[in-house]
Design a protein around this ligand. Sequence first.
Ligand code: MCU
Length: 407
Amino acid sequence: TNSPASFIFQLVIMKYILSSLLLVAPVLAFPTSSDSLLERQATCPGLPSGFSFASDGKLPDPFTTAAGSKVTTKADWACRKKEISDMFQKYELGTLPGKPESVTGSVSTSSISVSVKNAGKSISFSASVKMPSGASGAVPAIITIGGSSIPIPAGVATINFNNDQMAAQQNKGSHGTGMFFDLYGKDHNAGALIAWAWGVSRILDIIEADTTNKIDIKRIGVTGCSRNGKGAFIVGAFDDRIALTIPQESGSGGAACWRISDSEHNAGKNIQTAGEIIGENAWFSPLFDQWATKTSSLPHDHHMLAAMTVPRGLLVIENNIDWLGPVSTTGCMRAGLEIYKAFGSDAMGFSETPGHNHCQFPSSQQPELTAFINKFLKGGNDATSVDKSDQNVKASNYISWTTPTLT
Ligand code: MCU
């Protein structure tokens, strides 16, 4: 029952049974964070040309640079992060264009409009906004990638990003269709996920520049489920203005690691692999095709998405469904938790629970969702160290590096 078709069916059902939970909480001032990271990254060289990687069935070491030196300080992290960003783009996602020549638009209480001009081409799009009742002053917001399958609490605005319009996800042939490709050309190597990240970053550009004080740029989360959960993860990974990333049931291509999914598949599980995913849809770059059947040759894997989000808020929500790969998501995200541990940060949580249909958020995951939203969007002090799974999997099964304490 875990065929792609049944997933889509479940998604359709799920859309009709979304409930919203109303929590009454005051909007508090939120501590500002990390912006200088992006600026520092700009001066980092990134992946050296001629870089190559010796095949390794274990998850690559986030703490050893392309030049082979160990990362020992948080200050070193910005440049290692740039290398990891380059790896994701070069081998898997395609190229994320920088900020375009012109981005203009406005924020109203019902929508955010965005117009982009670049190299003689232009696109315009908008995202609908649902403000929380009784909003006064700039409120926190959650950007939903193709709708939300988590309850958005009181006090938090919802911004709906129409990801399919930015880059289509009908099938593999969708590559090149959507506004992103209208702007950058249909032969651009971006997969849909990174094209969506680009689009969300333009919405953030408008919120950041807006002077009407409706949405607080320092308190923005992103979520999405399943294929759109893969998108939410990439959006959060590639824009440091996202304070809280909540990928839900993203499975392979999201919270799962390519290598672990392959080993599970080889052990007979009905799990999605890279080899399958590249034929199914246009989520990834055509650049990924050549690596999808030899994932051990990739210099990165998806535990390194945590290397992109650290030390920002990250709550990875998963389900025990074979196709998503519960062993893979658990092992992969436990490796990701090591990266937060190196920072001495509890801003990442992993929660995998059985016994519910795909994208139907169970009450058993509500406590962690509430804690993360309180802490990262509402200025609360909730404890966020969560590591919950029904799978008996340790990160050490899949890694051969040790976790440093970054100074
Ligand atoms: C878990 O996300 C995807 C999965 O990668 C696909 O193989 C399947 O077709 O659809 C899932 C999904 O988006 O379900 C709604």
